[in-house]
Design a protein around this ligand. Structure first.
Ligand code: SF4
Ligand code: SF4
Length: 320
């Protein structure tokens, strides 16, 4: 859990939330959040009670980070939370037009564990299943993935699709009472999505100096169609990795997280740092270097790393 905000008044030393909440709006540092927002973040944190054996689809796109989120208390700046909250607010705004077909839960019980996901929005008229994403810019989507959805987002939207199409034997009355918005799920038995979309929005235009992006008047929204595929074995395998890691206490491979994520991750110090004197800082590194650090720490031979780099869409990498 995010237990300690880093305080700009104390040179970013961690302070407990209880102490931070004693600091009202006139007293707090000019870089801090309003008291009301800090309070609601803290309440959300207290309400978050992850259950061993229940895993969210989003956790399966970043298994190593999910492991640390569930097992570690950590310190982070408010910056860490801001993108998440801006994304959340914009999601709610976008979803209004799709009501009531928003935040539809889908799940699968695999025996030892269960996987659950919430579909952002469906359009029953057009047979669409949609996942919205809000980013700083679409630079990576337009360059690295050439206007297609990233592999982790493809996994995510296909996982929702797979779970949705296999709901018939999963619904029992107990689930309908305990899972948030589960009253919507039985209707999926009468409707099948045919098209999957990851719909990206960016908070700012790409930096013109970075070149090779095709500029026109619309550079902040990109609709990416994803080929519908059933991926139940992959969902199972990913959930099993997380489950086993939590049972044994051994972190899963660092390669189970996308490399770009490390630059924003509150666990980078225990996950990627090699001793006190190491000055590796993921937000200052290229993705190929972050991948290279993972290759070193996971002890992966070059030929395997070359293949993995290709699968991750990396044009180059180097051991770091
Ligand atoms: S609100 Fe800001 S200045 Fe006040 S204790 Fe919290 S982090 Fe420090
Ligand atoms: S530093 Fe990277 S690999 Fe490690 S937990 Fe964070 S996102 Fe995952």
């Amino acid at each position: 859990m995010w237990k300690w905000p880093r305080c700009p008044k104390r040179d970013y030393a961690p302070v407990p939330w209880e102490e931070c909440l004693k600091c009202r709006n006139l007293e707090c540092h000019k870089k801090c959040f309003p008291w009301e927002l800090r309070k609601s973040i803290y309440e959300d944190l207290l309400a978050w009670k992850p259950v061993l054996g229940t895993y969210h689809v989003t956790e399966l796109t970043r298994i190593c980070q999910a492991f640390y989120n569930r097992t570690r208390d950590y310190a982070a700046t408010f910056d860490h939370a801001l993108d998440l909250h801006i994304g959340k607010a914009f999601h709610e705004y976008l979803q209004k037009g799709f009501e009531p077909w928003v935040e539809i839960p889908v799940w699968r019980d695999f025996g030892q564990f269960r996987v659950i996901g919430y579909i952002d929005a469906c359009s029953l008229d057009e047979d669409l299943l949609i996942d919205f994403k809000v980013y700083s810019s679409l630079y990576y989507i337009m360059t690295k993935y050439e206007g297609h959805a990233s592999p982790d987002h493809e996994f995510q939207v296909r996982a929702y699709y797979t779970l949705a199409l296999n709901m018939n034997d999963q619904i029992d009355k107990g689930d309908l009472l305990t899972i948030r918005r589960a009253f919507l799920t039985p209707d999926l038995a009468f409707w099948q999505p045919k098209h999957l979309i990851v719909w990206y929005f960016a908070k700012r235009r790409p930096n013109r100096k970075r070149g090779h992006i095709e500029f026109d008047r619309l550079t902040r929204c990109q609709k990416c169609l994803v080929e519908p595929r059933l991926i139940m074995p992959e969902i199972y395998e990913r959930a099993k990795k997380l489950h086993t890691a939590l049972l044994t206490g051994h972190p899963p491979s660092r390669l189970t997280c996308p490399d770009w994520l490390c630059a924003f991750c509150p666990h980078w110090e225990i996950c990627l740092k090699r001793g006190e004197k190491d000055n590796f800082k993921p937000w200052k590194m290229w993705e190929g270097e972050i991948f290279g650090r993972k290759v070193v720490l996971e002890n992966i031979p070059d030929e395997v790393a070359d293949r993995l780099a290709k699968e991750r869409g990396l044009k180059w990498w180097r051991r770091c």
